[in-house]
Design a binder for this molecule. Sequence first.
Ligand SMILES: *Cc1c(COP(=O)(O)O)cnc(C)c1O
Length: 412
Amino acid sequence: MQMPPEGRNWDELRAEMIARGHGDVDWRSGRTAVYVFNAGEDIHHVQHEAYGLFMSENGLGPLAFPSLAQMEKDVISMALGLLHGPTGAAGAITSGGTDSITMAMKAARDFARANGKPLTDHNIVLPRSAHLAFDKAAHLMDISVRRVPLKTDGSYEADPAAMAAAIDASTIMMVGSAPNFPHGIIDPIAALGEIAVAKDVWLHVDACVGGYFAPFARMNGVPVPAFDFEVPGVRSMSADLHKYGYCAKGASTVLFRSEDLYRHMPFSLRDWSGAPMKTPTLAGTRPGGAISAAWAVMNVLGVSGYREKQGIVCAVREKIEAGVQALGFEVLGRPLLGLVAFRHPEAETLALYSAMRARGWFTSFTAEPASLHLMLSPKHAEVADAYLSDLAAALADVKAGVAAAKVEARYS
Ligand SMILES: *Cc1c(COP(=O)(O)O)cnc(C)c1O
């Protein structure tokens, strides 16, 4: 496309944009279980309106926009209240999980430098299942990554002893996930915390996908193990608002046990032509809408609203687990929240994945071990039966050897 020489009519453009969206996955129907968290029309409406109210305002300017500064403080305070943040704990809203993780690593690195650790050649120690955002941040900061194999007992949990063995004097951070993305399993954070304290290493808990889910699941009676600041060794956490916080995209939280740890995160500079500037997160300009929408959704749902939504998601996951097990699938480990991965001993995962795509389901898969992967939303309560009956049909096709060929033809 070349820029039109004369501006075009908005009504026409709007229609064209809506038409362009028709080729996308139909997530509104619930047949997508990746990328989108569908909490229903009412929440979508609140996101939309609350985003619009502060869409032009900039979270970079707390003095210009005390409204946004206060909303951010409120969001962080609500987050710390849910995640056992002690008095003096601090944090910020970022643009997403990758931003939160990058900034937590930057703070941990600078904290290490300020506290007698080597100045260069740092490493981080993380389970094989941790998110690639850590590798990306490590790449940016020239930090080496030590990925440690998971336990071999079928739990798909991080192996604390093996992680302890990988830590040395140059380790600036160790990581546990709550839960990990590939299997949806919460790592043994309490055991990791003991190692962190004993070795005086920064422990980050990546609760990007579970931070706004696990506290409510626990209130609903799900046996969620200790995973947050309740564990003494945890120094920082990432928790995404735009996942199970059901907020508009572009919003996550990065949280620190104390102001003394947090202060290593913001970046400031006086020595240039411009005015002295300070940015707390990776972004400069920060979209006011992402902050205001998060504030609004958290308040409109409240504890009872989140408990209800996450209760629905847990019930769907249990139903899907039972349904796939009845079809002969093995569920990986014991998931407790909204993610679940499962594999079949007699059917190739990618063939099943393709056969389900052909039936209109856009989901994900896990590589180790090869398995289908679902990230469930409240909307999926309406389509779980349809999913299971399509999966039964897909399984029969794959076993009979027909589906793979058909799908290859469709997508080539
Ligand atoms: C989604 C996710 C991230 C990264 O978050 P983005 O918002 O996609 O950048 C990190 N860790 C886990 C466990 C996640 O699920």
